[in-house]
Write a protein that binds this ligand. Structure first.
Ligand SMILES: Cc1ncc(COP(=O)(O)O)c(C=O)c1O
Length: 534
């Protein structure tokens, strides 16, 4: 059927309307006519308008009235016959199968008005058609950039410095994998991940973050997000209490919600998650999510005493700790504390009582240190959980693309990764300084940025008289600037809202231009905040 065919709609209305109420044909669509007739008749049957045992118009009569060939009608009847909606009588004629339940009583409301087209159906409410889990998931929002926002707009908070990624080097390594091990690259892989990469990660995380892990404890995932999903899927029951940092990472919270957790926001201060408040709020929570080396989004480093208190609580109450170490390599001042996972290992060895199983699951990602579309991350799990995680990964989506895993192994082993990490750190420091400098020049007295010693974003507080952060977000977006209010990351209203400004993905020049634009937006809307808030 030519795509350009004029749209014609024909309908069939037999003398005995009960046998063939209505079939509409549309020649402008790609669906074959016989299929449209088949679907039309089937709708009448399952809608209860053609009741079991009723006789259909003959194929000849239908062909004439619909203006199609008899062959088309016969093809439609054949499809209905083969699925058991209709039966052919040995004495001739086609009947709606008596084996079908009589649906006519239940579908009165959908019977079309006499002599006319059927009334348009109300669009079904999607929510009512979903499972409880489906509803929970559909109600959750995540922060990740929609791909319509994939340009490097100032000041998207989660952008790493993608402009300095050594693309040519990476492409060369990927090509090498295709050339050297073509068959292996084409086939299914181990659900827990490509062994060479798991070994490279175990070694690298041990030397840089102190993580204690055998290769078998490393499970490769499609980014940190899949690691969170596997963890919550496997370790939480619906209705389990969990702690999440407040403010905290929305996408981890989204995954918890999707898996049916009851979320308790636990406040974060300069020492990270306040364990005492967590215990007072939900002492028998089953899991706590933390980002101890550089809390997202406040940037706090969790103090040693809080880390120990968290471990003590988790071991006393058999709770799990999820350690999100998403950007510890972005520290440009001072050394990061070793991973919490390492502290737990040392703490367990130092204790004189009976050996206890580990409670920390360490999550790492290559989204920040390589590039987000790579979709590679990993989870270091206690040894006894490793086969369970590998199995769940196989059930979810089998394995990550092998060629990327193999290329990443070489990227790490041959030293490209460490070189790139050094470049990233230098670039982020330069960009951070550009951000602070631009803010001093253009935003003095308007936004005050808190100093940070790591990461790819800063937090700023607005002076009185300027639009509140959520309103500013909308105003800035109209001018092509992306900023997130701190309140977006909170379940409860924060005592003081702030704005999150990402700089990692921007050159110093783009930072300066963006800050000037933001300053001009703020200047234009000065005092509009005062009247709105009062
Ligand atoms: C706090 C936090 N954790 C983890 C991630 C990594 O997510 P993924 O590996 O799924 O891309 C990000 C990315 O922005 C993040 O901000």
């Amino acid at each position: 059927m030519a795509a350009s065919a004029p749209k014609t709609t024909r309908s069939l209305r037999t003398r005995t309307a009960s046998r063939m109420p209505f079939v509409a044909l549309d020649e402008s669509v790609a669906t074959p006519l016989y299929e449209q007739i088949y679907v039309g008749i089937r709708e009448h049957i399952i809608g209860g308008r053609l009741t079991p045992g009723s006789k259909l118009a003959s194929s000849r009569q239908m062909a004439i009235e619909l203006g199609v060939s008899r062959f088309t009608i016969v093809a439609a009847f054949d499809a209905l016959l083969s699925e058991g909606y209709v039966v052919a009588s040995p004495r001739g004629g086609t009947y709606v199968s008596k084996a079908l339940p009589d649906l006519s009583l239940r579908s009165r409301a959908t019977i079309p008005p006499r002599g006319g087209r059927p009334a348009p159906r109300p669009s079904p409410n999607v929510e009512t058609r979903l499972s409880l889990r489906g509803r929970a998931i559909s109600g959750v929002t995540i922060t990740g950039p929609r791909y319509s926002e994939n340009e490097a707009r100032p000041f998207h908070p989660r952008r790493p410095p993608l402009d300095i990624f050594p693309t040519a080097e990476w492409a060369r390594l990927v090509r090498r994998q295709w050339q050297g091990h073509r068959h292996q690259m084409l086939d299914y892989g181990e659900p827990s991940g490509y062994r060479g990469l798991r070994q490279a990660i175990a070694d690298h995380a041990a030397s840089t973050r102190g993580v204690v892990a055998s290769v078998d404890q490393v499970i490769i995932t499609s980014g940190a997000q899949q690691a969170f999903n596997l963890i919550f899927q496997l370790l939480l029951n619906t209705g389990d209490d969990v702690w999440i940092e407040e403010p905290g990472y929305l996408d981890a919270r989204a995954a918890m919600t999707a898996w049916g957790a009851r979320i308790h926001p636990v406040p974060v201060d300069a020492e990270g998650l306040n364990v005492g408040v967590g215990i007072a709020t939900a002492s028998d929570a089953r899991l706590a999510y933390v980002s101890p080396s550089h809390q997202y989004p406040t940037g706090a480093t969790m103090s040693a005493s809080r880390r120990l208190a968290l471990l003590q609580w988790a071991h006393d109450s058999n709770a799990w700790i999820v350690e999100d170490d998403y950007d510890s390599y972005f520290r440009y001042r001072g050394r990061p504390l070793p991973a919490l996972q390492r502290l737990e290992s040392d703490w367990l060895s130092a204790r004189s009582d009976a050996p206890a199983a580990a409670r920390v699951l360490y999550v790492g990602t290559f989204s920040k240190t390589m590039f987000p579309s790579l979709r590679l991350g990993y989870c270091v799990v206690p040894p006894e959980l490793a086969p369970v995680f590998a199995n769940a990964r196989a059930i979810a989506d089998r394995n990550s693309p092998i060629v990327d895993q193999a290329a990443l192994e070489i990227f790490i082993d041959e030293g490209h990764y460490d070189r790139h990490l050094r470049r990233i750190r230098a670039a982020c420091l330069e960009r951070y300084e550009a951000m602070m400098h631009a803010a001093r020049r253009h935003l003095a007295g308007v936004v005050s940025l808190a100093p940070m010693n790591a990461g790819t974003h800063v937090m700023g507080t607005l002076s009185p008289g300027y639009p509140a952060a959520p309103r500013l977000e909308g105003l800035a977006r109209e001018e092509g600037i992306v900023l997130f209010p701190l309140s977006r990351y909170c379940i409860r209203r924060p005592a003081r809202d702030a704005i999150i400004l990402g700089y990692g993905g921007l050159t110093p020049r783009a930072i300066d231009t963006g800050v000037r634009r933001l300053a001009s937006i703020l200047e234009t809307h000065r005092d509009s905040g005062r009247s709105r808030r009062s």
